[in-house]
Ligand binder design. Structure first.
Ligand SMILES: *Cc1c(COP(=O)(O)O)cnc(C)c1O
Length: 491
C-alpha cells in the first residue's frame, strides 16, 4: 500500500510527459547525420527508431519522466551501434567449459579457418577437375576419415543428429546382403509392418537440445523396440526381442550422463556378432567422436571412433564439433554397403553438408593426421593445458590487474558439449572480489568483446583453460570495466 502511494505521488503526469517524446523523423534525422543510414540501410534504422520510441512510450506511461530529446537521440545511436555489431558476435569463453554448445562448441584450428576462407569462393565441390565432369561432394573428407577410423567408407552430413537419422532411415528400409548367410533365422524378411530398431532401455537418451533417440527413431520411419531394463541389458535380451520386422540393432553412447552401480550393457562387439548371426544392421551412435585415446588427458576411457569401427558395426555416427574439434558436422563411418545405402537415400539431400564445412573438416582431419592436434586444435589445446600453465596464466592476470580482493583458486573445468559426463579437469581460475557476482558477470558479458565467466560459491571465476591465446588483454580490459567501473551494478 505504502509503496503504491509513494509511486503515485512521485509520478509525473504521464500525458504531459508523453507529449515530450520526440517524433520519429527527428530521430531519423539524427541517425542520418551520424552516418548510420548509409552504414545500415533505411529499414534497420526505422525498426530501431520505432523500437526505441515504443520502449520510451511504455516507460513514460509507467510513470518515468521523459528524458531530453538529445538523450533519446544518444540512446538511439547506442542502439544502432549495438545493432551494427550484429547479433552473432565473437565472445571470450572464460567458463572453462571446453566444448560449450551455447558458445558454438569447437573453436577452429588455424588450418581449418584458412581452408574455410579459401572455400568461400568457387571450389570444385562437385566437379572433377581432370575430366571436367560432375564430381563427388562427399569424397573430399572421406579418404581421411577412412584412414583415421579404419572404416571402409564414410559420408559427412550436417551434424551427428542428422547422421543418426540418415542411418536409421536408410538402413531400416532394407536388409544387409549378408542376411542370406544368417545362421540365426528370424522368420522371413518380407514381414509386413514398420521396420524395427532395437535399443537398450538404458540408452534411450536425450542428448540435449531436444535430440531424443526415441523421437529421432520414429521420424526415421522405424518402430522402436526397447530391450532390457534401464540399468541392465544383456545380449540375450536383444536375442529375445528379435522379430521378422527387426532391421537394426542400435547402441547409443551415454554421452551426457552416467549410470552407476548395478549396471550391465551388451557390448558393441556382442551386438555386431548378433547382427552377423541374425543378418541385421548394427548402428552405433558414438556422439563425441574422439579420434585418439583420451585417458592420458585425465578424461577417462572415452571410446575412440577407430575402436568403435573396429568392433565391426555397419555405421558409427559421430560429431565433427565435439572432441574431433572441427566445424559442426556429423560423420557416418563404417561398412561400404551401409554407407552406400545412406549415400543413395533421398534424405541425404536434405542433410547435406556445405563446401565451407567440408573444407574446415578436411583441414581439421589433416591436423589430426599430422599429429598436431594438441598444438593446433583449440579443443585439444584447452584439454592439454597443464595445471602449472593454467596457474601461471591465472596468476599473470591477477598481477596485471593488481587490485584488492583478487584470488587465484583451484577449480575444475568441464569438457561439456555432451561429452564425458562428470569428467572434470583440474584448473586454476581467477576469482574476482566477492559481492554482486551476477552484476559483475553481466557487466563482463556487456564488454566488447563479451566475456562469459562462471559463478561459483558466490564469486565470479575466470578459467584460463578456454580463453584462447591472444585473448588475455580482452579479459583484463573487461574485468577492469566490470569491477572498477563506477556506478551501480546491474542484476
Ligand atoms: C552430441 C550427441 C549427438 C548429437 O550430435 P550433434 O552433432 O550435436 O547433432 C548424438 N548422439 C550422441 C551420443 C551425442 O553425444
Amino acid at each position: 500500500m505504502n509503496g503504491y502511494h509513494r509511486r503515485v505521488t512521485a509520478r509525473q503526469d504521464p500525458a504531459a510527459e508523453a507529449r515530450k517524446i520526440p517524433r520519429a523523423d527527428r530521430l531519423l534525422a539524427a541517425a542520418e547525420r551520424s552516418g548510420w543510414v548509409g552504414r545500415l540501410g533505411h529499414a534497420p534504422i526505422m525498426e530501431s527508431v520505432r523500437a526505441a520510441l515504443e520502449e520510451l512510450r511504455l516507460a513514460v506511461l509507467a510513470g518515468t519522466p521523459c528524458p531530453p530529446a538529445e538523450e533519446v537521440e544518444a540512446r538511439l545511436l547506442d542502439r544502432l551501434a549495438a545493432g551494427a555489431r550484429g547479433t552473432l558476435r565473437p565472445v571470450v569463453n572464460a567458463t572453462g567449459v571446453v566444448i560449450h554448445t551455447n558458445l558454438g562448441r569447437a573453436p577452429l584450428s588455424r588450418g581449418a579457418v584458412a581452408a574455410m576462407q579459401e572455400a568461400a569462393g568457387y571450389v570444385n565441390l562437385e566437379f572433377d577437375l581432370p575430366s571436367g565432369e560432375r564430381g563427388d561432394r562427399y569424397g573430399h573428407a572421406a579418404a581421411a576419415l577412412c584412414r583415421i577410423t579404419g572404416a571402409e567408407a564414410a559420408v559427412v552430413v550436417n551434424n551427428c543428429a542428422s547422421a543418426v537419422l540418415l542411418a536409421l532411415a536408410a538402413l531400416s528400409e532394407r536388409l544387409p546382403s549378408r542376411r542370406g548367410e544368417a545362421s540365426l533365422p528370424v522368420a522371413d524378411a518380407g514381414a509386413a509392418g514398420r521396420p524395427e530398431v532395437l535399443v537398450s532401455r538404458g540408452q534411450l537418451v536425450e542428448i540435449g537440445g531436444g535430440f531424443r533417440i526415441p523421437d529421432v527413431l520414429r521420424r526415421s520411419g522405424a518402430d522402436l523396440v526397447e530391450v532390457g531394463t534401464t540399468n541392465r541389458t544383456y545380449l540375450a535380451d536383444f536375442e529375445q526381442a528379435l522379430s521378422p520386422r527387426s532391421r537394426i540393432l542400435m547402441s547409443v553412447h551415454r554421452s551426457n550422463f552416467r549410470i552407476e552401480g548395478f549396471v550391465h550393457d551388451a557390448t558393441l562387439a556382442e551386438l555386431c556378432d548378433l547382427g552377423r548371426r541374425a543378418g541385421l544392421w548394427v548402428v552405433d551412435d558414438l556422439g563425441s567422436g574422439a579420434l585418439f585415446p583420451t585417458a592420458p588427458f585425465g578424461l577417462g576411457d572415452e571410446p575412440t571412433a577407430g575402436e568403435r569401427v573396429a568392433a565391426g558395426p555397419d555405421v558409427v555416427c559421430f560429431s565433427g564439433d565435439k572432441l574431433l574439434g572441427g566445424p559442426q558436422c556429423g560423420v557416418l563411418a563404417g561398412r561400404r554397403e551401409a554407407i552406400d545405402a545412406c549415400r543413395r537415400h533421398p534424405l541425404l539431400r536434405a542433410l547435406r553438408v556445405d563446401k565451407v564445412t567440408l573444407a574446415g573438416l578436411a583441414a581439421t582431419l589433416a591436423d589430426h593426421e599430422r599429429g598436431e592436434a594438441l598444438r593446433e586444435i583449440p579443443v585439444w589445446r584447452a584439454i592439454a593445458w597443464s595445471p602449472e600453465e593454467l596457474l601461471a596464466r591465472a596468476s599473470s592476470w591477477k598481477d596485471a590487474l593488481a587490485f584488492p580482493g583478487l584470488e587465484v583458486v583451484e577449480a575444475r573445468s568441464a569438457v561439456g558439449g555432451g561429452t564425458l559426463p562428470g569428467v572434470t579437469l583440474p584448473t586454476f581460475a581467477l576469482a574476482l572480489p566477492p559481492g554482486n557476482p551476477d552484476g559483475v558477470a553481466a557487466r563482463l558479458r556487456a564488454s566488447d568483446p563479451p566475456v562469459v565467466a562462471r559463478i561459483e560459491s558466490g564469486r565470479v571465476l575466470l578459467d584460463p583453460r578456454t580463453v584462447l591465446p591472444g585473448e588475455d588483454e580482452a579479459v583484463l580490459a573487461a574485468v577492469r570495466g566490470a569491477v572498477l567501473a563506477p556506478g551501480p551494478t546491474a542484476g
